[in-house]
Design a protein around this ligand. Structure first.
Ligand code: NAD
Length: 305
């Protein structure tokens, strides 16, 4: 397979994909409706290069990044197209129609969607058998996980090809066998997000206090043990059985709002934004990203192997 990828939509996620692939030797032909995206791409690539310098002892053999103002130019000779447009079903479906006109029936078509199911996204596709969701995490150039959800008509060979392409870019593909809104990781994150919104809404905690509760506590464990391995240790030598015997009944206690969702009205939005602004202080967006990358590199090194 020629290592040529087309990225359609180059915001936070598309630019992250572009940087990861270029730093793994791919030629990336990136297209975005906004001319400003070219600068986002260059900045993201520079940031990723810096992070890779800290992460790896050997400098990567870089591919090439080409910005295409016309979508059709970005599709030329592409073995893989990665759609990273805003989370809007109708927009994505409309753009797929023009993508299909510009590529062969074998070209892999991947979507970064955080929540849509491939059968919904690919409802109008002429060739859904080469369509998969490949849901990455921000920053795409550093976080290895990519959730792969094949379209129900996707062939076994295409599925294997997609997994191998993503693995070749040093990603950790997680095959999601059952289509479900939000895939796996965002289902989990939504549960925490919902409870965090309630805590702010009810004046129990500020955005900063919630972040402290995560980053100085269970967040540190989760980076290397996930949830089930963490809880197993919580059960002591008795393992999961002991854990469930002790903490299982707590699920019946009124600890949380469970599936009740707070209304994200103007007052709650203003409160969250004000608290978050205060929490961040004078630190610029660029400084935050740099700090995030430096710490992520340290965590990746710590949990390697
Ligand atoms: N932001 C995240 O943390 C995150 C994480 C994982 C997955 N995702 C998913 O990735 C996708 C992109 O999210 P994002 O956060 O990068 O969005 P974004 O808004 O940062 O970027 C979207 C880009 O698409 C461009 N665009 C809009 N319409 C276009 C068109 N018709 N043709 C070409 N370009 C067009 C915009 O100019 C913009 O640069 C979404 O499906 C989202 O659910 C986001």
């Amino acid at each position: 397979m020629d290592r040529v990828a087309s990225i359609i939509g180059c915001g936070t996620i598309g630019a992250g994909w572009a940087a990861r692939l270029v730093l793994h030797g791919w030629r990336v032909q990136a297209h975005d409706a906004s001319a400003a995206a070219e600068q986002v791409l260059q900045l993201t690539l520079a940031q990723a290069r810096k992070a890779y310098g800290e992460l790896h002892t050997v400098a990567p053999v870089e591919g090439e990044l080409v910005f295409c103002t016309r979508a059709e130019d970005s599709l030329a000779n592409a073995a893989v197209v990665i759609e990273s447009l805003p989370e809007n079903l109708a927009l994505k479906q409309r753009v797929y129609q023009s993508i299909e006109l510009g590529v062969s029936a074998e070209t892999l078509l991947l979507s970064s969607t955080s929540g849509f199911k491939p059968s919904d996204l690919g409802a109008e596709l002429a060739h859904p058998e080469r369509f998969l969701v490949s849901h990455p995490f921000n920053p795409v150039y550093l976080l290895p996980l990519v959730e792969v959800v094949p379209h129900p008509r996707c062939s076994e060979a295409t599925r294997a090809l997609a997994l191998s392409v993503l693995a070749s870019a040093d990603m950790r593909p997680l095959l999601v066998r059952t289509e479900i809104d939000g895939h796996i990781a965002d289902r989990l994150l939504e549960a925490m997000w919902r409870e965090a919104l309630w805590l702010v809404h009810d004046n129990v905690a500020t955005t900063g206090e919630i972040d402290d509760a995560i980053k100085y506590g269970f967040g540190l464990r989760m980076a290397h043990m996930g949830l089930f391995e963490t809880y197993r240790l919580g059960g002591g030598a008795g393992g999961f059985e002991a854990f469930l015997a002790q903490f299982g009944p707590a699920l019946q206690w009124p600890w949380s709002h469970l599936t009740d969702v707070p209304d994200l009205d103007e007052a709650l939005v203003k409160k969250i934004v004000a608290q978050s602004d205060e929490q961040t202080g004078d630190v610029t967006h660029e400084q935050r990203m740099q700090d995030r990358d430096t710490k992520l590199v340290a965590i990746l090194k710590a949990v390697a192997g």
